[in-house]
Write a protein that binds this ligand. Structure first.
Ligand SMILES: [Zn+2]
Length: 195
């Protein structure tokens, strides 16, 4: 048995193997406790090097699956988005549309918080418009997924995959040493069912 690091009770551990077309098996582990502690991570069995995936998001590839491990960083440079591993990092499987929806929610929230700052509202509106335009086929955005441990993937042959240089990999946060105790920030992205 494994004891919960917060309360010492027995942890519930669920492991799911996920077969991917290009990269073989991905192991998803989900650990939880009655006290609310939870942690999820993804481990890619067959690819083990620092990687960067780049893909142009457009209306035709919105359902492309993305596996982000706790060590993965997501960037959308055109709109200044960086989702880095942090204390609340959880692994998730989603698709490109799911990532855009998540960013849209965050920007909507930022817009409400800054409602009396005309400049910030304008920036938020510009970002929201680019996301809408991409989903509806009038624009494209670039998604970059970097993982120094090679555990994150974009499951599409449209995605350009390259090995990260060691000095690039060393600058990335990995999030591996920090255990999540809130589980709230990305819980809505968790899609551990294989639908
Ligand atoms: Zn516990």
């Amino acid at each position: 048995m494994f004891a919960c690091p917060i309360c010492g009770r027995e942890l519930r551990i669920v492991m799911t193997t996920y077969d991917t077309p290009f990269f073989g098996k991905v192991l998803l582990t989900s650990i939880s406790c009655e006290c609310g502690f939870k942690h999820a991570d993804a481990i890619v069995a067959e690819v083990k090097e620092p990687v960067r995936f780049t893909i142009k998001i457009n209306k035709d590839n919105l359902f492309t699956k993305v596996i982000r491990s706790t060590s993965g960083t997501i960037r959308i440079p055109e709109i200044g988005v960086d989702i880095e591993p942090g204390p609340a990092s959880q692994a998730f499987i989603t698709n490109l549309e799911g990532i855009l929806a998540r960013v849209e929610d965050i920007v909507q929230m930022a817009k409400r918080w800054n409602a009396d700052d005309e400049e910030k509202v304008k920036i938020c509106d510009r970002i929201l418009k680019r996301i809408r335009d991409t989903i509806e086929g009038r624009d494209e955005l670039t998604l970059i997924l970097e993982d120094p441990l090679g555990n994150s993937l974009i499951l599409s042959d449209e995605a350009f995959r390259e090995r990260l240089k060691d000095e690039e990999a060393s600058k990335l946060k990995t999030g591996m040493t920090i255990m999540d105790i809130t589980g709230l920030s990305e819980r809505e992205l968790m899609e551990l069912d294989k639908s």
